[in-house]
Ligand binder design. Structure first.
Ligand SMILES: *Cc1c(COP(=O)(O)O)cnc(C)c1O
Length: 484
């Protein structure tokens, strides 16, 4: 284990020495006695360089996109241009306050307005709210809108939402939270939505259908028009989980092929660093008939300028977040879209798709891949052959990848593929880095056959070896405690 900063301490060592000034007033006259320490605080004593080296060393023990390929399927861990970081910290963005008068926020409102418009154009939806701050919160907003739509139409009998068995766990969780019953749709043998089974499940009580496209197997759901017809015939709405939009930019507009509502994961597709759980933004786009239910406020524009628009408050589902959402993530997405333009965005998706297909074509000779047709921006390989032949699990393979300097893919998801490894290289990897990753996966496949014991031991080069996940959850006490 690396030392903590407290273990590096050397008495008397200092980072900066500020000029000291004698204080002639006794401290007790400045602060009430009960707030004064009777012992000095036990702070680490180090030079500035010691501190820098300590934290830089620690940062390298983590994995991040600047250090290596990060093929975490469905999470779109692409490289995020650093110009976002300097622009978003510009005082014009960083020093404004949401309580300022609208007339002094025209630039920020213009940016939000244009982002609403750009996202609507990208998806083919009629209008977009920027308020939700995560994909999951976008889903919550979207399903609340579905509930509000049915309530307004007096559709009180509509209690269920259908979701395929390949869906992300947030989909059923969201529906339950909003109060709908979840009905699972089994995927067909080619990994897609089973239309005839869907037809059987849909009835007058169906409020909606949630579909991820491309789905979590990395396959494009081709029969959207037919699916839309089935759902719309009973006045049910179709929600698209847009977490995989990185495969569709400039190629497909979901709002034009039958989806009624969708969320975007700006932190995934439109580039905000999002390892470790945040920050995010999950805007939601809707077709014309659902605009009245969008959260308030929207940003609108008239002859005078840009405004926070509460005009549909009476029908709106209300607010889902304070103010206007996660402003800094919205600024990054705006810059990303404006820098790339329509052409550039399309190239993002094309390259994401090519990179995934390139890796799949190499790896299919070494790992079992259930759905081998061309994939979109990601594909699902699995460790079933290695498990059967060598007793090595996908978890072992994922851990061994850490020894080779790569982040592991998403494992054991989607649930319908045993020993799944969901690989999403993204468009920002070069041919050389794709080859290096493929080479590591090939070496691991060989190690599985020749030295399975090594795989059970992995990772062997990381500062923390294999952790006991169950114990970590059950015993939350910190490993070490600081006195005082
Ligand atoms: C990431 C993801 C989500 C949830 O998005 P968050 O921003 O993490 O809340 C939902 N569905 C799919 C398919 C995802 O990949």
């Amino acid at each position: 284990m690396p030392k903590t900063i407290f273990e590096h301490t050397s008495p008397g060592r200092r980072g900066v020495c500020l000029p000291t000034r004698e204080i002639d007033t006794p401290l007790e006259n400045i602060l009430p006695a009960k707030y004064l320490r009777d012992k000095a605080a036990r702070l680490p004593e180090l030079s500035e360089m010691d501190v820098m080296r300590h934290y830089i060393k620690l940062s390298h023990q983590n994995h991040f996109i600047e250090k290596g390929l990060y093929p975490l399927g469905s999470c779109t861990m692409k490289y995020n241009p650093k110009i976002h970081e300097s622009l978003v910290r510009h005082t014009c963005f960083a020093n404004i306050h949401p309580y300022q008068h609208e007339s002094t926020l025209q630039g920020a409102l213009e940016l939000l307005y244009e982002l609403q418009e750009d996202l609507a154009e990208i998806s083919g939806m009629a209008k977009v709210t920027l308020q939700p701050v995560a994909g999951a919160q976008g889903e919550f907003t979207g399903i609340k809108i579905i509930a509000a739509y049915h309530k307004a139409k007096g559709n009180t009998h509509k209690t269920k939402i259908i979701i395929p068995d390949s869906a992300h766990g947030t989909n059923p969780a969201t529906c339950s939270l909003v109060g709908f019953d979840v009905v699972e749709l089994k995927s067909n043998p080619d990994g897609r939505c089973d239309i005839s089974r869907l037809r059987e499940l849909v009835d007058e009580n169906t409020a909606g259908f949630m579909l991820t496209n491309p789905n979590t197997l990395g396959l494009f759901e081709t029969q959207i028009e037919e699916i839309a017809e089935i759902l719309h015939s009973v006045d049910a709405l179709i929600y698209m989980d847009g977490a995989n939009l990185n495969a569709l930019l400039g190629i497909v507009q979901p709002g034009k092929i039958g989806f009624d509502i969708m969320h975007y994961n700006l932190h995934k597709t439109f580039s905000t660093p999002h390892g470790g759980g945040g920050p995010g933004a999950g805007p939601v786009g809707v077709v014309e008939k659902l605009i009245p239910y969008l959260p308030v406020p929207m940003v609108s524009k008239d002859d005078v300028g840009y405004h926070l628009d509460y005009s549909h408050e009476a029908t709106s589902i209300g607010k889902v977040h304070t103010f206007y959402g996660n402003f800094a993530v919205l600024v990054r997405a705006y810059i990303y879209i404006k820098m790339l333009g329509a052409e550039g965005l399309r190239r993002v998706s094309e390259n994401a798709i090519i990179n995934a297909n390139y890796l799949m074509a190499i790896l299919k000779d070494y790992y079992h891949i259930q759905h081998q047709e061309y994939c979109m921006h990601e594909f699902v390989a699995d460790g079933t052959s290695q498990k059967k032949a060598n007793g090595v699990s996908t978890l072992d393979i994922a851990k061994r990848l850490l020894d080779k300097g790569f982040h592991a893919p998403t494992v054991y998801f989607p649930l319908i593929i045993p020993e799944a490894m969901m690989i999403e290289p993204t468009e920002t990897e070069s041919l050389e880095s794709l080859n290096a990753f493929a080479q590591a996966m090939i070496e691991i496949a060989q190690e599985c056959a020749e030295n399975p014991e090594l795989l059970h031991e992995a990772p062997i080069t990381t500062p923390v070896r294999r952790v006991d996940d169950v114990r970590a959850v059950k015993e939350l006490d910190p490993i070490f405690k600081i006195e005082d």
